[in-house]
Structure formats: C-alpha cells, structure tokens
Design a protein around this ligand. Structure first.
Ligand SMILES: NC(=O)c1ccc[n+]([C@@H]2O[C@H](COP(=O)([O-])OP(=O)(O)OC[C@H]3O[C@@H](n4cnc5c(N)ncnc54)[C@H](OP(=O)(O)O)[C@@H]3O)[C@@H](O)[C@H]2O)c1
Length: 153
C-alpha cells in the first residue's frame, strides 16, 4: 500500500502510519539495546536522503528519517557509544528485493541522470564508515551516501 501524497492531502493517520513505523520502531529497538548488560559499541540507523533534500509526496517519510538523527544523538548521550545515522540514496533493486524504486521512478531518475546505489557497493560504504571513522567514539554522526546527482539536482 502506498500512502504517498502531497502535504495538502496528507492526513494525520497517513502521516503517522509512515512516521511511527520508523520512529517508534527505532525507539523501541534502541531502548531495548540500551538495557542490555553490555550495550552495543555502536548503532546504525538507516535514514534516507529524502530527509536531506525532501521527497515529493513523502512528508512523513522525510520527517521520520530526519528524527533518526535525534534518536542517534540521544543514544550517544545515554550510552556514551556511537550512534550513526546514514541517509541513503535509493538502492538499485537486486535479486528478489525490488528496492524502493518502481520501474516508473527508475525511468524518471535515469532521465534526470540520478544514479542508484549499487547493492554491492552500499554495504562496503557502511563498513568503511564504521572502520575508518576517526572522530571521537562518543559522538553521534550523520553521513549521507547518495550517488552522483542527488545532492546537486
Ligand atoms: N531501499 C532503499 O532504496 C532505501 C533508501 C533509503 C533508505 N532506506 C531505508 O533502509 C531501511 C531498509 O529498507 P529496505 O528497502 O530494505 O526495506 P524493506 O525491504 O521494505 O524492509 C523493511 C523491513 O521493515 C519491516 N517493517 C516495515 N513496516 C513495519 C512495521 N510497521 N512494523 C514492523 N516492521 C516493519 C518489514 O517487515 P516485513 O518484511 O514483515 O514487511 C521489513 O522487514 C528502511 O528503513 C528504509 O527507509 C532504504
């Protein structure tokens, strides 16, 4: 089911459906992780470039991904361990996973020369971020991984 619609037509119910799936879900997981005898050394929240540049018809999704950054900061303040928010651009479909991009949207992106994340490269980006980050370990961070075109379009 898609609940994408322009802000003027967005109802509280449709906003909540998207927003809370992500924000409430992440909050519950982080609360549970924070209560473990030994909390994880880091957590990674999967956000979206939609929260950075907006996404027509997706106000709830953009807002929810933006709030992930706050959850990561709260996590770090609470546990003293790293909270990372990665705002991904759209991934290309792979195997049985159709991705989040419909064929119609894919044609539109292609026309606008907006690339999709290569499913082999995406995980490597995340691993590099975790392995090579050289800032303070107790600092929450946000990174954006979006292929060429996304942040300049
Ligand atoms: N794919 C992309 O291009 C892309 C780009 C930017 C950000 N992201 C973010 O990356 C994450 C993973 O994306 P994905 O493409 O792998 O998504 P996906 O294949 O649709 O997987 C989403 C997962 O979330 C679960 N889920 C959805 N709504 C839920 C709810 N209300 N309560 C509990 N579980 C729920 C689904 O459960 P079921 O399997 O039971 O339905 C599924 O396991 C998402 O947070 C997405 O926003 C993805």
């Amino acid at each position: 089911m898609t609940v994408d619609q322009l802000v003027a037509r967005t109802t509280m119910e449709s906003f909540r459906l998207v927003y809370e799936s992500k924000v409430a879900g992440a909050s519950v997981l982080l609360d549970a992780a924070g209560q473990l005898p030994v909390p994880p050394r880091f957590v990674v929240l999967f956000g979206s470039v939609a929260s950075v540049i907006g996404s027509r018809g997706q106000v709830g999704y953009a807002a929810a991904n933006d709030v992930l950054e706050t959850l990561a900061h709260d996590w770090t303040a609470r546990t003293g361990t790293r909270g990372v928010t990665v705002h991904w651009g759209p991934w290309a479909p792979v195997g049985a996973h159709p991705g989040m991009v419909s064929p119609e949207l894919q044609r539109d992106f292609s026309r606008r020369e907006l690339a999709l994340i290569d499913p082999d490269e995406g995980p490597l980006c995340l691993l590099r971020e975790l392995a090579w980050y050289d800032g303070p370990p107790t600092e929450a961070t946000t990174v954006v991984y979006a292929p060429s075109g996304w942040l300049t379009s």
